[in-house]
Design a protein around this ligand. Sequence first.
Ligand SMILES: [Fe+2]
Length: 260
Amino acid sequence: MRILFIGDIFGHPGRRIVKEFLPALLGEYEPDLVLANGENAAAGFGITPSLVEELLDMGIAVLTSGNHIWDKKEIYTFLNEHSDGRLLRPANYPPGVPGQGVYLGNTRSGFGYAVLNLQGRIFMTPIDCPFRTADDLLAKIPADVKLRIVDMHAEASSEKVSMGWYLDGRVTAVLGTHTHISTADEKVLPGGTAYLTDLGMTGPYDSVIGIDKQTVIQKFLNQLPTRFEVAKGDVRLHAVLIEADPQTGRALSIQRIVRK
Ligand SMILES: [Fe+2]
């Protein structure tokens, strides 16, 4: 069975290219499960309830997120009261914050799956340990749920690579998000876990990680407060396709997919 995971959907250009290319990707690869990171869907900063709905309606089963999940105030009550659980926030935020970091569901062909969302701590908010959180979460997932996909939302490649090795043989995939720069290290680790340090962004590449490049360069030059605008040009979709054995949860292959 196949799982398609779309990298960080950035602003309107990112949402537009998913809408444009996802139907063809569904036709070509026939994935049983489509996942995406949506933390930058709202003009690069956070996501709103209506954008959650918009993306899920395109055929995405579960949206993961990261540090930007808190950017839009209306998402707090959504996560607490209105969500059906298909928008995740990183699981290793302190107890009591809105939302959940795990989703349990069934694929179209009826296999149980779990999506886990974790966030790194290097050059990021010092939240709870993602490694110990992963241990705790995996211990609670029913044994018959073999397909387990982890979004490791982190800045440092060392932390993401470590998570890949740490969870090798215990999950189907560990996929990095957050840096918006696609890495070329996709592989299936010896224990059967598909791994990629960063999926890359689904959004405008004529930019600095999605933002108008001149604004970001100015910010580096003068360090003054700046209003960031979403860039427009060179919009691309970045994703991975994972082939997995649903009986064991082991990944068989992982390939990067780019559309523009
Ligand atoms: Fe992020």
